[in-house]
Design a protein around this ligand. Sequence first.
Ligand code: IPM
Ligand code: MG
Length: 361
Amino acid sequence: MELHIACIPGDGIGPEIIAEAKKVLEKIGEVHGHKMVFQDILMGGASIDVHGVPLTEEAVVAARSGDAVLMGSIGGDPTKSPWYKLPPDRRPEAGLLAIRKVLNLFANLRPAVLYDELAGACPLKEEISRKGFDMLIMRELTGGLYFGERRTYKENGVTKAVDTLTYDENEIRRIAVKGFDIAMKRRRKLTSVDKANVLDSSRLWRKVVEEVAKDYPEVELEHMLVDNCAMQLVRDPAQFDVILTENMFGDILSDEASMVTGSIGMLASASLNESKFGLYEPSHGSAPDIAGQDVANPIATVLSAAMMLRYSFDLDREAQAIEDAVKQVLAEGWRTADIMSQGCRQVGCSRMGDLLAEHIR
Ligand code: IPM
Ligand code: MG
């Protein structure tokens, strides 16, 4: 099959990790008989440098013309980069938010898995980590605080800023349906996270989730307040299967969940719309402090490419081949700096990509 993949290398370590993901995908193509057709797109700071804006109309058209988008990372160091002297709607992150919105990528899947081989990197006590965990955070991605009206203004000489958090029942229903569908394919437990003791938007969230739950009697549903969830993630992460939550809570909880796996450099993510189209990116950021040094961990991006094969192309066997290669390379003791531990062999970003490609079966 011919796979048309739009690639957004982006900023910071983005170009390095995308290069490794392409390497692994090319190898998948060779071994499994597919043709990879990549088209690179500028977004974020890389686009600002060339076009003055973080996302152009042409870039959106190019992204749409592929079957899926594979992204590296967006953004720079706000204290150093000139991009952050621009107004907020022209900074790198605005490009990412805009592409999520125009492509209607409302469902963001962020798996957080503790690999046996990396159990030592888990910062939790051994008695907690030994139970292992494998959860998936389903984050609403095109609503809530991120896309509400916002402004900064002066009132009686005092500067005020306002951000608004809005959800309508349809936005909640479609993400809830995705959450329950995924739970059905996993361990059939769904934890819906909200702040229903304070927020109206959360009370509506809870009501709609309960309505949707009626269509999924096999799934065990629980509601959890977001502050409690933040605590439970470090107290007993094994209790979670699917966590369903709104945009801002999902942003925060997914970073926390990834940290308890030991390295945010390992975690993939998929942002999907109603069809098979998706944007796939590592859960981590652009790490400008280590950019260009060949030390970044490409595994999260490579695993995002595996998610892409599974969700956008229905190539389960090929996705599994990538995931197996990651496990195999880790089992053999190869590590990038972020996951290095005693007795292992440290390699750079491009060597890790070579190793992963060599291990594709
Ligand atoms: C993420 C990132 C983005 C977000 C930033 C870069 C705008 O933190 O994908 O989690 O907040 O959604
Ligand atoms: Mg985030």
